[in-house]
Structure formats: structure tokens, C-alpha cells
Write a protein that binds this ligand. Structure first.
Ligand SMILES: C[S@@+](CC[C@H](N)C(=O)[O-])C[C@H]1O[C@@H](n2cnc3c(N)ncnc32)[C@H](O)[C@@H]1O
Length: 173
């Protein structure tokens, strides 16, 4: 699929790692061990994987196994995120267990909510106004999300955020 089509179809806009360092890490650094860290629309993983850089190398693998879970609908991006995790010292087979291809709008990974620690979502969901979807062949299939209880929503990001809002816990630190 041409990159331009992927960008339109999947609302692909990545966050640079600097955003994590400047805005996200200062907010979460005191409660890293109180949550599991989840991005249901992870792209290359820049919103969560850089946590690993702030941990001692000896702690990274167990922290990743227990506390980091990333999903994206695009295999190409999941592979990039896995490579990034490997660069932080995570063995590839372990990276593959927690970084998965999944349509999380259609199939919410509700098993995450059964984990011991509460879920903390850090994400930047896909955006696309529902009015644009019928206009192009590539985006028409997205209309299938907006049926049943999801009818009446206006944008892909609203559906994405509903999933993120299934459970919300404040950082206690
Ligand atoms: C705006 S990008 C954000 C990526 C990453 N969170 C970041 O900030 O760098 C949205 C991502 O959502 C993914 N995506 C779109 N629809 C999805 C779906 N139904 N399920 C899972 N991921 C999806 C896209 O492939 C894209 O990587």
C-alpha cells in the first residue's frame, strides 16, 4: 500500500521522541511501577518505549514483560516498534509477545484490564472525520466501525478514545 494511502487510511502521524522526554516522562516518572503502560495505537512506539531508556539495563526486560503493551493495526509499524524495543535491550521474542498487530477499535484487548496493575494509556489515536470516509475507496471501509452503539460518532479518534477511557486511573505520585 502506498505510504500516502496508509497515512489517510490509518491516521498515521507519529510523535517525536522529544515529546516523550519533555512532556510525558516528567508526568509519569514517579509512578512507573504502579501501572501497566499501554498504547492501543502505538505506531513505532515513541510514546511508551522510551521509558526503557530511563531504567537500569538490568531492570528493562522484566519491566517490559510485565508493564509495556503496544498495538497497531499495521504490521510494518509493529515491526519497527519491535526493532526499537530490541535496541533498548529487549530480546526479540519477548518484544513480540507485548507488541502486537491488532485492530484495537474492533477488538479491544480487554485481558489488559485483568492485570494486577491498572492500565495507564498514553496514546495519539488515528484521526479522520466520518464525513470524508465515503469519498474515497481507501477510507470507505472505515464506515463499518460506525454502526450499532458507535453510530452517531463523528471521527475515528472518538472511537479510539472510547477504548482508552474504558478504565482511567490518575497517577498517584
Ligand atoms: C496518529 S498515529 C500515532 C502513532 C503513535 N501513537 C505516535 O504518537 O507516534 C495513529 C496510529 O494508529 C494506528 N491505527 C489506526 N487505526 C487503528 C486500529 N483500528 N487499531 C489499531 N491501530 C490503529 C495507525 O496505524 C497509526 O500508527
Amino acid at each position: 500500500m502506498p505510504l500516502k494511502t496508509a497515512k489517510r487510511l490509518f491516521g498515521e502521524h507519529f510523535t517525536p521522541k522529544e515529546v516523550f522526554e519533555t512532556y510525558i516522562y516528567p508526568e509519569i516518572k514517579n509512578c512507573l511501577y504502579e501501572h501497566i503502560w499501554v498504547d492501543l495505537f502505538a505506531g513505532e512506539g515513541n510514546l511508551i518505549l522510551p521509558i526503557l531508556e530511563h531504567l537500569k539495563e538490568s531492570e528493562r526486560v522484566s519491566f517490559f514483560k510485565e508493564r509495556i503493551f503496544l498495538f497497531d493495526i499495521q504490521q510494518r509499524l509493529v515491526e519497527k516498534a519491535i526493532k526499537k524495543a530490541v535496541r533498548y535491550g529487549i530480546p526479540e521474542e519477548i518484544a513480540r509477545q507485548n507488541i502486537k498487530v491488532q485492530d484495537t477499535i474492533k477488538n479491544y484487548p480487554s485481558w489488559l484490564l485483568k492485570k494486577e496493575s491498572p492500565v495507564y494509556h498514553i496514546t495519539n489515536p488515528p484521526y479522520l472525520y466520518v464525513g470524508y470516509m465515503p469519498k474515497q475507496e481507501s477510507t470507505r471501509r472505515l464506515l463499518e466501525y460506525f454502526v450499532g452503539e458507535k453510530e452517531g460518532y463523528q471521527d475515528l479518534y472518538q472511537l479510539a478514545l472510547i477504548n482508552d477511557l474504558k478504565e482511567a486511573y490518575p497517577c498517584r505520585a
